[in-house]
Design a protein around this ligand. Structure first.
Ligand SMILES: Cc1cc2nc3c(=O)[nH]c(=O)nc-3n(C[C@H](O)[C@H](O)[C@H](O)COP(=O)(O)OP(=O)(O)OC[C@H]3O[C@@H](n4cnc5c(N)ncnc54)[C@H](O)[C@@H]3O)c2cc1C
Length: 385
């Protein structure tokens, strides 16, 4: 490694590109190489679950191609290049049989989808959608079809359910929990979203899981653990994400749920940083855009020479179910307090308050969703001070 070695950033998702955008505001000259396993096209991942609603296919959701990004940001982008290891002692990335030296290395390589082990002969009809290339493949496979089964009723499963209904598809959602988005929403809010999605025509099969996916005369047949069978043309698997930690762990870098970093986004290896879906920042894994943007701003300053801690403010999550607009700001894990509810049909305002009466979190659906900004001001930031 020499001081002339470039800054190397692995990943051209929102984390990688946002970091470079922020860094270039501070330094136009330091050489940067971005390495990505995908095509390097810039897009906004949250928009993947709005394609039908906004009448955009994969090409419509692409914002800029790789060459345009390289030119705009003054970087070299190596697309379709997979990192296979990190030699932290030598300050080198391993790319198959090649090596790439770095002065500083940033891991922005996201999270992997969790893949369920299913039985059956129709598994090639099961799609996970975690990037634009997945989305392109999904839209192609869906051509001519009209029935989609979604495994998982979390944020992504519910958003795709709403979007596919808006696109005119028949949609069934299968999930083991008895309510939608159980880790995000208190029950009355979850029921409201489920009710409005049901009104829109989504079929829910909760409290059970998919055991098998087999070819049938008209597409695939799903066999559920409760004995029910469903017909579909395609299956979307939206059962969760897991931060990519394996290569970091193999390189001796500390990992937990994600790649562990402090608030300056430093890993346990010298000159190696992490942000975005792959990172566990000061004990927190938050797979959302607002945290990664805050990290990108702080890390850009650090890389430009002014070591800066990230500070998370209040970070509400907007759930893109237009049939039931919803926003949630979950209370901190383990916070003491209770949920209190105001409800009128599918309009729910839920406040999580501490014994001292302080609002620590909220969930709002339907007509109450417009109160999200006002409520967000009441909730203390994740990192106060
Ligand atoms: C459908 C959907 C809807 C969402 N909606 C919202 C929302 O409304 N609001 C919100 O806040 N968040 C939302 N999210 C989450 C948000 O989109 C993510 O938190 C964010 O996009 C993660 O960005 P990232 O850059 O960290 O990771 P990614 O976008 O996953 O980028 C990872 C990059 O690393 C590369 N890479 C991975 N492994 C390697 C390797 N070994 N070698 C080289 N390159 C590698 C990949 O090719 C890619 O370029 C949504 C997510 C999905 C899937």
């Amino acid at each position: 490694m020499t001081d002339q070695a470039p800054i190397v950033i692995v990943g051209t998702g929102l984390s990688g590109y946002s970091l470079v955008r922020e860094f270039r505001k501070l330094d136009k000259n330091v050489p940067i190489i971005m390495v990505t396993a995908d095509d390097g096209v810039s897009y906004s991942k949250p928009m993947l679950s709005t394609g039908f609603t906004k009448a955009k296919d994969a090409e419509g959701l692409a914002q800029a191609n790789t060459d345009a990004m390289a030119e705009q940001l003054g970087v070299e982008v190596r697309s379709f290049t997979t990192v296979t290891g990190i030699d932290a002692d030598r300050h080198e990335l391993v790319l198959g049989d090649q090596r790439l030296g770095y002065s500083k290395l940033v891991l922005a390589w996201g999270a992997d989808v969790i893949r369920l082990t299913l039985a059956g002969d129709g598994l090639e009809r099961v799609h996970s959608i975690n990037d634009l290339m997945d989305y392109r493949a999904f839209r192609k496979a869906l051509e001519g079809g009209k029935r989609v089964a979604i495994m998982g009723a979390g944020l992504i499963g519910c958003e795709f359910a709403n979007d596919l209904r808006n696109g005119g598809y028949e949609v069934d959602v299968i999930a083991p929990d008895t309510a939608v988005m159980p880790s995000l929403l208190p029950e009355p809010a979850a029921r409201a979203v489920q009710h409005e999605l049901t009104e829109l025509g989504v079929g829910f099969h909760l409290g059970t899981v998919v055991d098998r996916v087999d070819h049938s005369a008209t597409g695939v047949r799903l066999t559920l653990a409760n004995g029910e069978t469903l017909e579909a043309d395609l299956v979307v698997s939206a059962v969760g994400l897991r931060p990519r930690t394996e290569l970091a762990r193999a390189a001796g870098i500390d990992t937990g749920k994600g790649i562990k970093v402090n608030r300056a986004l430093e890993t346990s290896a010298a000159d190696v940083y992490a942000l975005g879906d792959c990172a566990e920042v000061d004990g927190q894994v938050l797979l959302y855009v607002l945290p990664l943007m805050a990290c990108a701003r702080a890390l850009a300053k650090t890389l430009a020479g002014e070591r800066t801690d990230v500070r998370y403010g209040t970070m509400p999550i907007m759930i893109k179910t237009p049939c039931c607009p919803t926003a949630v700001c979950p209370p901190p894990a383990g916070a003491e307090g209770d949920w209190q509810f105001e409800q009128d049909g599918s309009d729910v305002k839920a406040l999580f308050t501490s014994p001292a009466g302080e609002v620590l979190g909220f969930a709002v659906t339907g007509r109450f969703a417009v109160e999200k900004q006002t409520l967000a001001k009441e909730v203390p930031p994740i990192h106060p001070g």
